[in-house]
Design a protein around this ligand. Structure first.
Ligand code: NDP
Length: 475
């Protein structure tokens, strides 16, 4: 075969990725799709790509130069398993199968092990940036073996987004590391979007802004510390009028936020790993609440007396900006904590600074802010958490008073700001000298003899709650 790389699955993501590959020096791209009409359409619409089109899976495999590399871009789950099997039956030792879909990283760990035993390389590669990223430069998060990475690196580097002269791709870690990190990326994306949405709601309901003036506020914020793709598109969305009503588009969009499941996965894994990723959790729950139409109707009609909305104090916009930035620091710190915990649990050697760097371009959470995160981990690779780094500590301290004013005002006004509030609570809990967890331990010891440790000496203790209430050593 003459093709240097192949793409299987030519729906929107696969076609765009194939076109991206074909447009780069050194790649000749074989393409295949279960339904041949899609292959034909792609090849016909893009003669410039010089695709090697395959009608059958056998033709596809035969068209690939050895060692073969094929990227699968089909529906996650059963479709991916089916295509992996079709390739694995035809591939030979040393060939590489890449799954670029949104796989559950547990599936990736399983598939990598099964294919390794059959002498094949399997690389689960997180791809971020949607359709547009796939075509013009995504952020790529490949897992799998070092050997597979070395073979794949030139092709992946050729198609990745570029941020500050560096391609947005790195070898994340072995087996499922890439898909795990992609999952956390999506969780952080949920949190970031929820925080922006809360800032919008506060500025609108308390600050008295209309969408058009808010578009200007966000556009201005995009020139500072908050500079990011999500802030930029927020300004554009708020500026958009609806052709039918002539009013702001955002006002005619049904207020129920959908999701495709990766946010839920992130929270499930955070719970399993015992990582308090509360901002991501609040963001996922907030979307679920928005979709609970029945509950919203029932409660809204029960509680028609809502608090009076106070007039916004002077400097409210600046306060909200500061609160948003401080909350965002906490949300990202939690996300990176989760990656660290996942890496420990699964034995992945993940360079957190490198992860921040490959998210600076191509993906949805791309932001100036990620440079600061990369610098923090480069400064101190063993940094316990971002909040403890001087740059972020100062950023939070600078915004702290404003953050408290905004959360307090939101609570008084009855405007829900769950992610702002929980990010602040997370910071306050971490910064507290003592936590009421001591009382919880005592309660647990009372009803279940679960024992406790003391602050003043080593050992494990139990109080004879149903006896004379003396303390006994329990270890
Ligand atoms: P879809 O997820 O809609 O999947 C459609 C493709 O899968 C078609 O090519 C279809 O072939 C193929 N397919 C499904 N089942 C089988 C099967 N059993 N055997 C062979 N082929 C099968 O396509 P998208 O382009 O939207 O997404 C591709 C992957 O990328 C998914 O895993 C998705 O989660 C992920 N994705 C990632 C995004 C990102 O931003 N990173 C954004 C969107 C998606 P046929 O034409 O014959 O039906």
């Amino acid at each position: 075969g003459e093709a240097t790389i192949g793409v299987i699955g030519l729906a929107v993501m696969g076609s765009n990725l194939a076109r991206n590959l074909a447009s780069r020096e050194g790649n000749t791209v074989a393409v295949f799709n279960r339904t041949t009409a899609k292959t034909d359409a792609l090849v016909e619409e893009h003669p410039e790509a010089g695709f090697v089109a395959a009608e059958t899976i056998d033709d596809f495999v035969a068209s690939l130069a050895t060692p073969r590399t094929a990227i699968i871009m089909v529906q996650a789950g059963a479709g991916t398993d089916a295509v992996i099997e079709q390739l694995a039956e035809r591939f030979e030792e040393g060939d590489i199968i890449v799954d670029g879909g949104n796989a559950d990283f547990h599936d990736t760990i399983r598939r990598e092990e099964e294919l390794r035993e059959r002498g094949l390389h399997f690389v689960g590669c997180g791809i971020s940036g949607g359709e547009e990223g796939a075509l013009n430069g995504p952020s790529l998060m490949p897992g799998g073996s070092k050997e597979a990475w070395e073979a794949l690196a030139p092709a992946l580097r050729s198609i990745a987004a570029v941020a500050q002269d560096e391609p947005c791709v790195t070898h994340v870690g072995s087996d499922g590391a890439g898909h795990f990190v992609k999952m956390v990326h999506n969780g952080i994306e949920y949190a970031d979007m929820q925080l922006i949405a809360e800032s919008y709601d506060l500025l609108r309901r308390i600050g008295g802004h209309d969408p058009a003036s808010l578009a200007d506020v966000y556009a201005e914020w995009n020139g500072g510390d908050l500079e990011s793709y999500l802030i930029e598109i927020t300004a554009e969305v708020l500026r958009q009028d609806d052709a039918e009503t002539g009013g702001p588009l955002v006002d005619v969009i049904l207020d129920r936020a959908g999701s495709k499941g990766t946010g839920v996965w992130t929270v499930q894994n955070a719970l399993g790993l015992g990582v308090p990723a509360t901002a991501i959790g609040e963001a996922v729950f907030a979307r679920a609440l928005s979709c609970s139409a029945e509950h919203r109707d029932a409660v809204r009609s029960t509680f028609s007396d809502r608090p009076d909305v106070p007039t916004a104090p002077d400097g409210f916009e600046d306060d909200v900006r500061a609160a948003l930035y401080a909350s965002k620091v906490v949300a990202y710190a939690q996300g990176f904590d989760l990656i660290r915990a996942g890496a420990e649990e699964h034995g992945w050697d993940i360079d957190l600074g490198a992860i921040a760097r490959i998210w600076r371009g191509g993906c949805i959470i791309r932001a100036r802010f990620l440079d600061r995160i990369a610098e923090a981990y480069d400064d101190d690779p063993s940094l316990v958490t971002l909040l403890a780094h001087p740059y972020f500590a100062e950023a939070v301290r600078d915004g702290e008073a404003a953050w408290r004013r905004v959360v307090a005002l939101a609570v008084t006004a009855g405007v829900p700001a769950p992610a702002f509030g929980s990010a602040l609570a997370s910071y306050d809990a971490l910064a507290s000298e003592r936590l009421p967890a001591a009382l919880i331990q005592a309660q647990r010891d009372f009803f279940g003899a679960h024992t406790y440790r003391r602050t003043d000496r080593d050992g494990v203790f139990h109080t004879l709650w149903s006896g004379d209430r003396s303390e006994v050593a329990a270890d």
